[in-house]
Design a binder for this molecule. Structure first.
Ligand code: PLP
Length: 474
């Protein structure tokens, strides 16, 4: 017993000595932070010291855990890796080859590059060059939105959720707002119509049923407490079969004759013609013409602009919303307005191809098929036997929680890899120098031409070639 304890004690002692030797071999923080490779990252002295300290802590942890290797080896490289990761953006561009045009997780609408640059410099956001005095932030977009939609007035806020909150807060607060039971929807996680109504301080009054609601249901529910009728486009789901929704114009007429407001959350919309079946949904101009007091929709869905919420409507109504205290909290900045103006100008000129989303939505199947053929050939040439390439059909989608179930037929390159599974290739494509996001189906990678910008095709070929080559090596 006694000898055993002594033996144990001596082992502990020896370990402690080893430990303290190991600890002593670690460099000082400043020395590590000033190593040439660490300095070469371009990080400030303060950041280098912070990273060196973190890596020294980690090294001490490894010694405590019994790691007997030289604690100095690879230490500077770890600091470099830590600094590089810390200083790299995590919001990086990707090639979207999924065929989903307005991909919510990929930043919704891809923007025209020139448009983004327009917002970078000092600009006439609230400056009138004519008078040299204060100008109107609202005027830039309003001029174009009214011309494009036929509405009397327009207002732009942070997103469509904000637009709905603002219209309800201005026109329905402390009143009852009527809404069909078929429209009490949840759109994209946190936008739930009943909760938004509660937030805006309106009393929700449900009318009709989930599948069928008539004008008479609204009519019977109108009392002296009613402030507005709200219509919400059930963007991300569809009631089919035994269903009825009244025409927007019918609700507008009912609202007008009862002196209450008709508010129409359209969700999405644009100012160019759309191919079938997308043309079945009401456009913003049609919603305005149908007599709504306010129409709202997102700037970064089908319109193909920046994240914002667009409100169109009657002059008095829109002005009342602009004066509401919330409008200041929900307003947009110059980057948004510059991109929006540029996109709206493209629509005004009829230059739809300049707006990436419009170009993608309207691309014809035959032109996509031709691009797919050429891309498949280039890929086959670059990648040898690492995969086979063929042209296939693609079921493309608008995405962004709109036009549920509306498939636009397109074309894709089907890549069947021979060096690894399609899933493994897809995963590695996401980690390449230019990340590529793809669909995997039946052991093949599908690259849909509709969402692949033509000027990124060469990058895509290189990315796939590099990715397949890494599997060939192992
Ligand atoms: C998308 C959508 C919203 C939310 O719009 P955001 O711009 O994402 O805030 C609200 N209502 C409808 C009907 C929608 O489709």
């Amino acid at each position: 017993m006694f000898t055993e304890r002594r033996a144990l004690g001596s082992r502990c002692y020896k370990e402690r000595v080893n430990d303290s030797n190991a600890y002593r071999r670690l460099p000082r923080v400043d020395a590590l932070a000033d190593e040439a490779s660490v300095v070469a990252t371009g990080a400030s002295a303060a950041l280098r010291v912070e990273a060196a300290r973190a890596e020294l802590d980690a090294a001490r942890g490894r010694i405590r855990a019994g790691d007997t290797s030289d604690p100095r080896s690879g230490l500077a490289a770890r600091v470099v890796t830590r600094l590089t990761a810390a200083l790299q953006p995590t919001l990086v561009p990707v090639i979207n080859a999924t065929g989903v045009i307005v991909h919510t997780n990929l930043g919704r609408a891809p923007l025209p590059r020139d448009a983004v640059e327009a917002g970078l410099e000092a600009c006439t956001l609230e400056y009138d060059l004519g008078t040299g005095g204060r100008g109107s932030r609202r005027a830039h977009a309003e001029r174009l939105l009214t011309a494009l939609s036929g509405a009397e007035a327009a207002l732009v806020v942070n997103n469509n959720a904000a637009a709905v909150v603002l219209m309800l807060s201005t026109l329905g607060a402390r009143h009852e707002v009527l809404i069909s039971r078929g429209e009490l929807v949840e759109i994209g996680g946190s936008f739930r119509v009943p909760e938004i109504m509660e937030l805006a301080g309106v009393t929700l009054r449900e009318v009709g049923t989930t599948n069928k609601t008539y004008v008479s249901d609204y009519e019977n529910a109108i009392t002296e407490h009613t402030g507005a009728i709200l219509r919400v486009h059930p963007s991300n789901y569809r009631v089919e079969g035994f269903a009825h929704r009244p025409e927007a114009s019918g609700l507008a007429a009912l609202a007008a004759s009862n002196n209450i407001a008709f508010l129409h959350d359209l969700g999405t919309g644009t100012f160019c013609d759309l191919p079938a079946p997308l043309d079945a949904q009401m456009s913003p101009s049609e919603a305005v013409a149908a007599g709504a007091d306010v129409v709202s929709f997102s700037g970064d869905k089908l319109l193909g602009g920046p994240q914002c919420g667009i409100l169109l409507g009657r002059r008095a109504t829109i002005d009342a919303m602009a004066r509401h205290p919330l409008a200041r909290a929900l307003r947009v900045g110059k980057l948004t307005l510059a991109v929006l103006e540029s996109v709206l100008l493209a629509y005004r000129r009829g230059a739809f191809h300049e707006v990436p989303v419009a170009r993608m939505v309207r691309a014809g199947r035959e032109s996509l098929r031709q691009r797919a053929r050429r891309l498949a050939e280039r890929m086959a040439e670059a990648c040898g036997d690492a995969a086979s390439f063929e042209v296939g059909d693609s079921d493309d989608l608008v995405g962004g929680g709109s036009h549920p179930g509306d498939v636009i037929r397109g074309s894709c390159v089907r890549v069947v890899p021979s060096v690894a599974s399609a899933g493994a290739i897809a995963e590695r494509l996401r980690h390449g120098e230019i990340p590529v996001v793809v669909r995997v189906q039946d052991g093949a990678i599908l690259l849909s031409l509709r969402t692949i910008p033509q000027d990124t095709e060469a990058d895509l070929v290189r990315a796939l070639q590099a990715c397949l080559a890494t599997f060939g090596d192992t």
